[in-house]
Design a protein around this ligand. Sequence first.
Ligand code: ISE
Length: 339
Amino acid sequence: MSTGNIRVGVIGTGGMGTRHAVNIHRFVGGATVSAVYDLDQGHANQAAAQCGNARVFDDPIKLINDNSIDAVVIASPDGTHADMTLACLKAGKPVLCEKPLATRAEDAVKVLEAEVAIGRKLIAVGFMRRFDPQHVAVKNMAMSGEIGKPLLWKGVHRNAQIAFGITGATILINSAGHDFDSARFLLSEEVQDVSVRGLKSRPELHQDTKDLLLIQMTMSNNCLATAEVYVNDEYGYEVSAELVCQCGTAITEQPDKTLVRAKSHRGFYVASDWLSPFQDAYVAELIDWVDSLQKGQPFHGASAWDGYVTMMVTTAAIQSLNTGAVVPVKLIEKPALYQ
Ligand code: ISE
């Protein structure tokens, strides 16, 4: 990869893709948003205008293969991620793919195998919590040994609202992937088995809806992990991760808290979505990614292996939700590329 300016193409310019494009344009030295693509060309034009009038493509594959593009960010709908990532690998281009890496286990395997066949780590996966200063502080505290050995990871993950009729499987793929990755990242362990229960929060929701999930995991070193994922809380977006260790605990706090007094109330606002609470993490992730491309140093975020493992945990979690069983997570042996 060139040591000069990295010319990035962004595929998908919804909320997340536009945020990545604008973040690169404003905050990432050494990279330029050279091109954007979205199925909705109006959206693509708007995103392009916000980052120095990047070129607008009408076909994502043309963007990936274009000689003027050095690296690609994928933020198109989840179901397209695996194919877009495979196209980047075919073109030999580094790619930062938003989570999930794939929406089906077999596609995650295909992507992993394709990268292993190339023998170079071209794929980065957008599990941005790994760059969140609060999560990093919790991990450092656990690793310091000051509060003893970690025993339990406890996650809370809430969204104000998600599309009507969303199934438990969709939440596990689109939302809970972050929690699977957070547990693995903070405990430095793999998930051995998973058990999921779910319910529908309101009678008027579609019969297949499961918008509140309770997840339990056994980790590879016999630590435990548990998460509440609730995507219709109405009040806002909140994420926390706590490590219960032998003689103390460490928990993330939202960094952007301002005490507000208004309308007979004294308290903290809660963000309505994830873009602002994790803004610093998104920027740090992009800076680390571009640095890794420019300087040939390792990317410190999630790899194709992490994307693959998350999809395998997700697959077991869906099976557990459907059957009520505790489902083992089956992984291939970790390829040398990711050791
Ligand atoms: C979204 O894609 C995210 O990444 C958010 O962090 C998560 O809270 C939300 O549920 C997802 O839809």
